[in-house]
Design a protein around this ligand. Structure first.
Ligand SMILES: Nc1ccn([C@@H]2O[C@H](COP(=O)(O)OP(=O)(O)OP(=O)(O)O)[C@@H](O)[C@H]2O)c(=O)n1
Ligand SMILES: C[C@](O)(CO)[C@H](O)COP(=O)(O)O
Length: 258
C-alpha cells in the first residue's frame, strides 16, 4: 500500500492509543546546591515528608501512570528504596530505584535505560517539583496520546525579560542588549511527556548539555508543544521556594481537613 500524503503516519507510535502504558522517570540525584547546605535536595523534608515522596505520589496519583522510576543520588539508591518502602504509595503503581549520574541529563538517561518494555509514553519529572497537581500530569499525558511526540507544561512570564551582555569585569553592571517580546516566551515545568521512542532517540543522539529533555527533542527537528502549566508546579530551587512550598502544602492540608 502506498503512503497517503494527506494522512502521513503519525511521528508518535503512542498516538491515539488510549491504552498506551505510561511510566514516569524522576531524576532525584541532584545535590540542591542552590538550596544551601544539607541532605541531597530530594531527601529534604517538606511538611515532614521527603520532597521525593511528594513527587513520586504526584506521579502515582495519575491513574495513567503504572510505573515510576526514581533516579537516586549515586550512593543513595538503597536509602531511597527503603524510604519509598516506608511510605504509603498506591499499590497499582510499580517502583524501580536506580543510581543517578553527574548531571540531570545523565540521570534521566540512566532512568530511561532501566525502563522495561511495554511503556510507550514516558514522563520526566523533577523530584524538585513536589507539588505538581494531577490535572497537569494528566493534561501532559493526554497531549502525548493525542499525537504530540513531546509535551511541556508552560506558563507565561510575570516579569519583563532582558537579554544582557556579560559584564566587562566581575561586579560591573551588565549592558542590556534587548527586551524580547514577553508574549512569546514561556517558563516550562515538568512533568514533560514524550513518546518513548522519541525520548530515547533524543538521549542517544544529542550530546550538548541541556537543562530539559524537550530541548533535546527540539534538536532532533521535531515539534514540542505546550499545555497549560500550574503555579504550584514550581521548582524548589532556592530557600524561599521551600518556604512557599511549605505554605502551599499547609493550605492543601487545611482544605483537605488534615
Ligand atoms: N546529577 C543530577 C542533577 C540533578 N538531578 C535532578 O534534576 C532535577 C532538577 O532540579 P535542580 O533544581 O536543577 O536540582 P539540583 O541539580 O539538585 O539543584 P542545584 O543546581 O541547585 O544543585 C532535580 O530533581 C535533581 O535531583 C539529577 O537527577 N541528577
Ligand atoms: C527541567 C526544568 O525543570 C524545566 O524548567 C529545568 O530546566 C531544570 O533546570 P535546572 O537548571 O536543572 O534547575
Amino acid at each position: 500500500m502506498s503512503a497517503d500524503p494527506l494522512h502521513p503516519p503519525s511521528p508518535n507510535p503512542a498516538s491515539g492509543r488510549t491504552t498506551a502504558r505510561t511510566a514516569a522517570v524522576i531524576p532525584a540525584a541532584g545535590r540542591g546546591v542552590r538550596l544551601g547546605p544539607g541532605a541531597p535536595k530530594a531527601l529534604r523534608a517538606l511538611g515532614g515528608t521527603p520532597m521525593l515522596v511528594h513527587a513520586v505520589r504526584a506521579m502515582a496519583d495519575s491513574r495513567a501512570v503504572s510505573l515510576v522510576v526514581v533516579v537516586a543520588p549515586p550512593d543513595g539508591a538503597l536509602e531511597v528504596k527503603s524510604l519509598l518502602d516506608a511510605h504509603a504509595l498506591p499499590e497499582r503503581t510499580d517502583f524501580v530505584v536506580v543510581p543517578g549520574g553527574g548531571s540531570r541529563q545523565e540521570s534521566v538517561k540512566l532512568g530511561l535505560d532501566a525502563l522495561p518494555p511495554g511503556y510507550d509514553i514516558v514522563l520526566v519529572h523533577d523530584a524538585a517539583r513536589p507539588l505538581v497537581p494531577v490535572d497537569t500530569v494528566d493534561a501532559v499525558i493526554e497531549a502525548v496520546r493525542g499525537g504530540a511526540p513531546a509535551v511541556v507544561p508552560a506558563l507565561p512570564l510575570a516579569d519583563t525579560v532582558k537579554q544582557v551582555e556579560p559584564a566587562a569585569a566581575p561586579g560591573d553592571p551588565e549592558p542590556v542588549v534587548a527586551t524580547p517580546d514577553r508574549s512569546l516566551l514561556r517558563a516550562v515545568q515538568t512533568p514533560q511527556g514524550f513518546d518513548r521512542v522519541t525520548l530515547v532517540r533524543a538521549h542517544e543522539t544529542v550530546r550538548d548539555d541541556v537543562t530539559d529533555d524537550a530541548s533535546m527533542v527540539e534538536q532532533l527537528g521535531l515539534t514540542v508543544v505546550t499545555v497549560p502549566g500550574h503555579e504550584e508546579a514550581f521548582k524548589v530551587t532556592r530557600p524561599l521556594d521551600l518556604v512557599l512550598a511549605e505554605a502551599v502544602l499547609a493550605r492543601r492540608r487545611h482544605n483537605d481537613g488534615f
